[in-house]
Design a protein around this ligand. Structure first.
Ligand code: F6P
Ligand code: MG
Length: 436
């Protein structure tokens, strides 16, 4: 029963949504425009007139989009031929302004719709061209994010290798499994930090001082920690399958796969399903291509530990202990409470998992409908009926929405750090399951 609070929106001047739409989104668009521009200029030496004209068409579309979003014009229909066009156009048609019930515009609609719309429109600008059809304007950034953290990746790979060797049997070793589980879960969690500040020096392959001390310090910033529930669920069920709804490519993806690798090794799962995006999304989100790129990159590394792990993961994609899955629902604007109606096949698919991990901030926003919830309302209530299987959100806070806190916890956080909801320095491990 009851109603949900209204969605976050750019209509609330000064809010994080408002500032994102006013300042951050135009910068992202400008960067994409500059990239296409640079690539076209590089061509002008040789005589590739056709490709240059094609680029100009893309730039014109993206510039128009930037202008329309900046000046609060109504969102416009999608015109390419992806199968999701109809559902997107329904969303745009039905998404009324939160201010005056007129057509939805960038500053009057739900932030979630507006922000997803921008990425879908960037895709459209390329899809409607002749020569840039499947172009991913964020590819370089994604690749840099992994390359730039090579050393951290090597340290984590060494930790993983070491842990796997030392967590086989019972007694002492069994206790060790739980410790390694907690450690890798936390790496997987903090991998979602935007600044990715878990640096090489802090991770060591020893169970010793450096690494534990650092994660221990970070632990204070985990404001909801349901990791014991997660462990209980994973341990108690015979179900062989665990799902990850992935977020960012690069280092975060690497931490996800390290955690997944451990789950397989410790016999806590027999297959890992990884859900990826079908189109370039929120700059760094992982596509199938990004995942395979990373594994290949690792395999070619001069570091033995990393290259062995890369080889193992490529093997896992072949023998299907790692399974890539992609659904167009992940790049629509609907929150997850609508999945049952909009994408029942996906809901059904997720219900086969022992547990589903939802990585990152955007997935959290979609889990709780991106709404102005009171911070103390229960997570399960905010899910609004979405519970295909037991689930766990691993998220660093980068948007001003949060549920499931204890009374007064928000005030305390506010006193310590005014930007606790958006700085990425706080995190949650939040769990929900069916009550039976
Ligand atoms: O600008 C902030 C933002 O785009 C949020 O809107 C979004 O939730 C987040 O960044 C993306 O973060 P993540 O990759 O963790 O989903
Ligand atoms: Mg992301």
């Amino acid at each position: 029963g009851g109603e949900r609070p209204e969605p976050l929106s750019g209509k609330d001047e000064g809010s994080f949504a408002y500032l994102t739409i006013r300042d951050r989104l135009p910068v992202i668009l400008t960067k994409v425009i500059d990239l296409v521009h640079r690539q076209a200029s590089a061509l002008s030496e040789s005589n590739q007139q056709e490709k240059i004209e094609d680029s100009k068409g893309v730039i014109a579309k993206l510039s128009k989009l930037r202008y329309e979003m900046k000046t609060n014009k109504p969102l416009t229909q999608m015109e390419d031929d992806r199968p999701d066009v109809q559902i997107w156009n329904d969303t745009i048609e039905k998404g009324k302004s939160l201010v005056d019930q007129n057509k939805i515009t960038s500053f009057t609609g739900a932030w979630l719709i507006v922000e997803c719309y921008m990425y879908r429109k960037i895709y459209e600008a390329f899809a409607l061209s002749k020569q840039h059809k499947c172009f991913d304007p964020f590819q370089d950034q994604k690749e840099e994010s992994f390359k730039g953290l090579q050393n951290s990746a090597i340290s984590l790979a060494q930790f993983l290798k070491h842990s796997i060797h030392n967590s086989g049997g019972d007694g002492e070793e069994k206790r060790n499994v739980k410790n390694v589980f907690d450690t890798l879960l936390q790496f997987c969690l903090w991998g979602n930090r935007c600044d990715l500040s878990i640096s090489s020096g802090e991770i060591t392959h020893e169970e010793g001082a450096g690494q534990t001390a650092h994660l221990q310090r970070m632990k204070e910033n985990i404001i909801v920690d349901n990791s014991q529930d997660v462990w209980n669920t994973i341990q108690s069920s015979e179900n062989p399958r665990i799902d990850f709804v992935l977020d960012n490519s690069g280092f975060e993806l690497f931490t996800d796969l390290c955690f997944a690798e451990f789950l397989l090794h410790a016999n806590l799962a027999k297959e890992i399903h990884l859900h990826t995006k079908q189109i370039p999304w929120f700059v760094s989100d992982a596509s199938n291509k990004d995942v395979m790129w990373m594994a290949q990159q690792m395999k070619g590394s001069s570091n033995k530990c990393l290259s062995e792990l890369g080889e193992l993961w490529i093997q896992r994609f072949q023998d299907r202990t790692f399974i890539l899955q992609s659904h167009s629902f992940w790049t629509q604007a609907q929150d997850f409470s609508e999945m049952k109606n909009v994408a029942p096949d996906l809901y059904e698919e997720l219900s086969n998992a022992k547990i589903v991990f939802f990585k990152g901030d955007l997935n959290y926003r979609k889990l709780v409908g991106d709404r102005k919830w009171n911070h103390t309302i229960p997570f399960t209530l905010a899910l609004w009926g979405f519970l295909p299987a037991p689930l766990c959100s691993l998220r660093t806070l980068k948007a001003d929405v949060q549920v499931g806190l204890s009374p007064g916890q928000d005030d305390k956080l506010q006193a310590i750090n005014k930007e606790w909801m958006t700085s990425g320095s706080y995190a949650v491990i939040q769990y929900a399951h069916h009550l039976d």
